[in-house]
Write a protein that binds this ligand. Structure first.
Ligand code: AMP
Length: 287
């Protein structure tokens, strides 16, 4: 496995792969790898000749009072883990390498970014699209791998690919969880032992909401039950708990098919997100 830190090196590797007609799979990450990231990489390994994993804590997707500075980083550890699943290249640029110019051109996420995480993190998805568009242009992947853990991110990137004609196939990988149901996340290391015990309640609450929704079709009732579970079993503060259509992220109605149940909860100072997607074709839903 080769570690690349400059765009010039990356371009060389991409030109080499393209000239020998090798397919390229891209796995964008912010590092501090866990089984979720590695599952994306394993899928990429199976489906492509060359696998590029980017490891870049992207400052433009963090708000002013968020955890950009303290976000966990360990390139040495990441390198070993990525090599163990057959990644060919890690692209780990500096911030200056990725953003040498100030005040340039920005991409703005549309309506799908106004709800859920976008409501509490106003420019987050603009930053995500900026870095993902750059990575698509640099790596020119045949396929790019993203986790359903960040369901809104997937939906917004799908829209960018559609609207800006990026010639890439998006591959979406189901949420990888700990044994107790907590979605794996680099941010789980922030949790104290008591918070870690409470954190799986987010997934349990979403499961209860799903059962209620399938049972009664009542969105408000499903949300009320999930809210109660979180409030009764954690010291957490709910940022949002929502049921929307997927991937449009609109209010559900009786014609809704794919439905997203999504939550963001502060467990202590750590903001954790999780979701479930269900297909309700033919079921009666009312809001
Ligand atoms: P991050 O490093 O958090 O930006 O995540 C990089 C990619 O890994 C994103 O596409 C995430 O959705 C995906 N990812 C993160 N955690 C998980 C998980 N628990 N299961 C599946 N994919 C994940």
């Amino acid at each position: 496995m080769i570690i690349l830190s400059t765009i010039a090196e990356l371009r060389k590797a991409v030109v080499n792969a393209k000239s020998s007609k090798q397919s390229i799979g891209l796995v964008p990450t912010m590092g501090y790898l866990h089984e979720g990231h590695l599952t994306l990489a394993k899928n990429a390994r199976e489906e492509n000749d060359v696998v590029v994993m980017s490891i870049f804590v992207n400052p433009t997707q963090f708000g002013p009072n968020e955890d950009f500075e303290s976000y966990p980083r360990d390139l040495e550890r990441d390198t070993k883990l990525a090599a163990s699943v057959g990644v060919d290249y890690i692209f780990a640029p500096s911030v200056e390498e990725m953003y040498p110019h100030d005040g340039g051109i920005y991409i703005r996420a549309g309506r799908q970014a106004q709800t859920l995480c976008g409501a509490s993190r106003p420019s987050h998805f603009d930053g995500v699209l900026q870095v993902v568009a750059k990575l698509f242009n640099l790596v020119q992947p045949d396929r790019a791998y993203f986790g359903q853990k960040d369901a809104q991110q997937v939906a917004i990137i799908q829209t960018m690919v559609r609207d800006y004609n990026f010639p890439v196939e998006l591959r979406v990988v189901p949420v990888v969880r700990e044994g107790d149901g907590l979605a794996k996340s680099s941010r789980n290391v922030y949790l104290s032992s008591i918070e870690r015990m409470q954190a799986p309640v987010i997934q349990q609450a979403l499961q209860i909401a799903k059962l209620e929704l399938m049972d009664s079709g009542d969105v408000d009732q499903a949300l009320a039950q999930a809210t109660k579970i979180i409030e009764d079993n954690t010291a957490g503060k709910i940022d949002y708990l929502s049921i929307l259509t997927y991937p449009d992220l609109k209010e559900v109605d009786e014609n809704s098919d794919q439905i997203l149940l999504a939550a963001a909860v502060y467990i202590g100072k750590t903001r954790l997100i999780d979701n479930l997607i269900l297909s309700l074709k033919g079921e009666r839903i009312h809001a």
